[in-house]
Each structure stands twice: as structure tokens, then as C-alpha cells.
Design a protein around this ligand. Structure first.
Ligand SMILES: Cc1cc2nc3c(=O)[nH]c(=O)nc-3n(C[C@H](O)[C@H](O)[C@H](O)COP(=O)(O)OP(=O)(O)OC[C@H]3O[C@@H](n4cnc5c(N)ncnc54)[C@H](O)[C@@H]3O)c2cc1C
Length: 402
């Protein structure tokens, strides 16, 4: 077993070599090239290909895959250095390398893994088709139907909020194959080729002017039975793998990026001649402390995971802290930026504070209080699973009483 000193030295070596690699390879001026969708796609694809060639794109994959087999502590170093170098967040390929890959690695047959994982490493884009009208927080309500006809499932229905769905090649699709028994038991998990006949992807226009998601309309789409993950009716269990890759570790990167971006606020205070404003400095101190606390929670989460002591609900603590702090961070930037920062300059895909546009970043911060499970749902998980509080009564109804 590797000793503490040797481990620290190995992590330092990785940090230095990756930092040196980044100083030569990290894209420069990428915000300027990402002002159109074409520019965004080209920048993201080129950066992903570079990371993959350098062996840094999929550190969380098993060791038999190029660049895989990194420990959690090594992954943390890579996240921190990506944030430090202010590289673009991999919004386009994120779903492919995390959600799709982790689900395939856990549930995919050898053939499915051999077929799809190399394509992901080559840059194939995946999206997640779970949410529907009336089925976001409560996925057991999924209504998109799949009916088996011989070697194919015939799928009809609608999916909503599929991040990058308009640019994706493949979709992780949760469908209903049965209405008998418990709602969860009737779900099945399919891998949908988005170029199949009957698929329409319609981008959703957002408040900040961009289109980060798509609605997917599925009209009698044929999906081969060979594209099913797990057994028919096992979709709920398979979906849990996808969802568990969504919270937790990646928040390490996001929290580190938020801390790294504090300098932008410090610059605004300095350049605005407000370095003597005691009240403002106090609020800045409070914000910096909140950001540090979020980073500390993320660190603790990682330490627990490494020690095998992660509890159900730990990831929710990090997620909730991040979403609340991001909102405070962007609101503070907006307040300091004055009138100029309140102009609405349209943006193209930025992850939170990465766009350099406070108004857009502030509006976008609200998305983080919903994405990957809303704040209210995280609070329920923390209350019930971590604090052991009683479950909410499920007997109430929103219907007006007679
Ligand atoms: C940026 C972003 C990216 C996303 N990407 C994807 C994606 O790629 N693929 C995908 O399938 N989906 C995606 N989603 C959808 C997301 O998963 C859902 O929006 C989310 O799960 C909430 O579901 P809903 O919108 O149906 O809201 P609802 O579930 O209808 O909730 C409405 C309100 O009621 C509250 N609520 C619901 N249930 C409870 C409860 N039990 N207790 C207390 N309060 C409750 C919620 O917190 C919320 O405030 C994305 C969303 C965002 C914002």
C-alpha cells in the first residue's frame, strides 16, 4: 500500500506535469470564439480532443481505457488545475463521458461497452432524456411509451430539458414499457440514436438568450432491443446509476471554478474605486467565506468517498451549498457591475460565472437550483436521509377541497 508521503509526492508530480501541459495546450480567448453556436461547438470539440489525446479527458474511467484509472484524489487535482487554468467547462461532452459512460460501465453488456465507449472517446455526444412534462422530480411518472415489436421497441412521447439535446448523437432514454404494478417497475432504459426516423429535437429558448436544452419529440421511433440497458422493467435501477454520476464529484470542479473567479469581483471592487467601502468589503468577506465553505464541503465529500464513508445525502449537501452560493456570487457581481452589467448582452453557453457577463450569469445561476434535482428535493433528502427527520406526509393534495 502506498504511504502518505509517497501519495502526496505522486499528486504533486501530477499537478506539476498537468499544469505544464495546460500552460502549453489550454485554449486561449475561448470566450471570444464562443459567441456563436458554431464557435462554441468547434471550441468544445477541439478542447475535448486535445484532453483525450493528452490522457486527461476521462480520468474517472477504468484503467483499461486511455487516460483512465485515476484515483479520486488524482481526479481532484485534474479538476482543480482545469479550474485554475480557466479552461472551458466541457458542457458538450459532459453527459457522454460521465452520465453515459458510468451507466454503460455499470449496466452495459461487453458488446455495448465495446461499441459505445470508444465512440465517446472519439467525441460522440450524448444527452439525457429523463424529464418530461409532469415527470422531472418524480421520474416514476415517465409516460413516454415503448412497445416491443419483435427486435425493436417502438417509442412515442416527449422529453423535456435535454441538455445539449439539439447537438447530441445519442440519448439515454427512460421509457415506460408497462403500466402494471408499481410505477417504477414499468420503466425501461434504452439507448436512442437521435438520427433515427421519428425523432425531432426542438431547442428551448432561455431567459438569458441562449438555448442550452432541447425538447425531444418521439413519434413511433424504432429502437433495437439490443440497445436496451439492463432488463425490461429494470429502468428505474439503471437510471439511479445515471443520476448518481450527476451530483457530487463534478461539484468539486464547479466549486473550485467559483473560488477561482473571485478575482473578478476583487477587480470590480478595486477598479470601481470602492476599496475603502467597509460595508462592501464585509459583504465580500462573507461571500468569500461561503465559497470557501462550499469548497470545504466538496472536499469533505471527496474524503468520505475515498474512505468509503459516503452517506446517502452527502452529495445533496454539496449540491445545495453550490447552488445557493452561486446565486449569491453572481448577484454580488451584478451589484458591483453597476448599470453596464445589467445590459442584456446575449451569450452562447456559459457555465455559471464563466461567461464574463454578470446579468447572464445571474439568470443562469437559477438553473443550478433546479438542474440535477431541485433545492427543495435536496433539502428533503438531507432532512430525511442525513438528519433522520420524518418523511413528509404524502396525503396532502393540491386539489381544492369540495
Ligand atoms: C440546467 C438544467 C439542465 C437539465 N438537464 C436535463 C437533462 O439533460 N435531461 C433531463 O432529463 N432533465 C434535465 N433537466 C430537468 C431537471 O432534471 C428537472 O427540471 C428537475 O428534476 C425538476 O423537475 P421539474 O422541472 O419537472 O419540476 P417539478 O418536479 O414539477 O417541481 C416543481 C417544483 O416543486 C418542487 N417539488 C417537486 N417535488 C417536491 C417534493 N417531493 N418536495 C418538495 N418540493 C418538491 C420542486 O422542487 C420545484 O420547486 C435539467 C434542468 C435544468 C434546470
Amino acid at each position: 500500500m502506498i504511504g502518505e508521503a509517497a501519495l502526496t509526492e505522486a499528486l504533486d508530480t501530477l499537478r506539476h506535469s498537468f499544469r505544464a501541459w495546460l500552460s502549453a495546450e489550454a485554449p486561449q480567448d475561448w470566450r471570444a470564439t464562443c459567441t456563436t453556436h458554431d464557435g462554441f461547438l468547434a471550441t468544445q470539440r477541439a478542447w475535448f480532443a486535445k484532453l483525450a489525446a493528452g490522457g486527461y479527458a476521462v480520468p474517472h474511467w477504468p484503467a483499461e481505457w486511455p487516460g483512465g484509472g485515476r484515483s479520486l484524489a488524482e481526479q481532484k487535482v485534474i479538476y482543480e488545475e482545469l479550474a485554475r487554468a480557466d479552461t472551458p467547462r466541457l458542457l458538450l461532452s459532459f453527459m457522454s463521458t460521465y452520465h453515459a459512460a458510468s451507466t454503460l460501465l455499470e449496466w452495459g453488456s461487453a458488446e455495448q461497452q465495446a461499441r459505445y465507449l470508444p465512440r465517446i472517446l472519439e467525441g460522440e455526444i450524448w444527452c439525457q432524456g429523463f424529464s418530461e412534462p409532469n415527470a422531472g422530480s418524480d421520474l416514476a411518472n415517465v409516460r413516454t411509451r415503448a412497445e416491443r415489436r419483435g427486435d425493436v421497441y417502438v417509442v412515442s412521447g416527449q422529453k423535456l430539458w435535454s441538455t445539449m439535446g439539439q447537438f447530441a448523437d445519442m440519448c439515454l432514454l427512460l421509457v415506460r414499457t408497462s403500466s402494471e404494478g408499481a410505477k417504477q417497475a414499468g420503466l425501461t432504459y434504452l439507448l436512442l440514436d437521435l438520427k433515427a426516423p421519428g425523432v425531432t429535437a426542438r431547442p428551448i429558448h432561455q431567459i438569458h438568450g441562449d438555448e442550452e436544452f432541447a425538447e425531444l419529440f418521439l413519434d413511433e421511433v424504432e429502437v433495437p432491443v439490443a440497445n436496451r440497458l439492463g432488463a425490461e422493467g429494470q429502468g428505474w435501477a439503471v437510471a439511479q446509476s445515471t443520476l448518481s454520476s450527476e451530483r457530487g464529484l463534478t461539484l468539486l470542479e464547479l466549486s473550485a471554478r467559483m473560488r477561482g473567479a473571485l478575482w473578478r469581483i476583487a477587480d470590480l471592487i478595486h477598479n470601481g474605486g470602492r476599496g475603502d467601502d467597509v460595508g462592501l468589503l464585509r459583504d465580500f468577506g462573507r461571500l468569500a467565506t461561503k465559497i470557501d465553505a462550499t469548497c470545504a464541503l466538496a472536499d469533505q465529500f471527496l474524503a468520505n468517498r475515498i474512505a468509503g464513508e459516503e452517506r446517502v445525502g452527502d452529495a445533496s449537501l454539496v449540491k445545495l451549498s453550490y447552488s445557493r452560493t452561486l446565486r449569491d456570487f453572481t448577484a454580488f457581481g451584478l451589484r458591483l457591475g453597476g448599470l453596464r452589467s445589467q445590459y442584456h448582452d446575449p451569450i452562447v453557453y456559459g457555465g455559471g460565472m464563466e461567461t464574463g457577463n454578470w446579468m447572464a450569469d445571474f439568470m443562469n445561476s437559477y438553473a443550478w437550483t433546479i438542474a440535477g434535482g431541485s433545492d427543495e428535493v435536496q433539502r428533503n433528502i438531507i432532512a430525511e436521509r442525513l438528519l433522520g427527520m420524518p418523511r413528509e406526509p404524502r396525503t396532502w393534495t393540491l386539489e381544492p377541497s369540495a
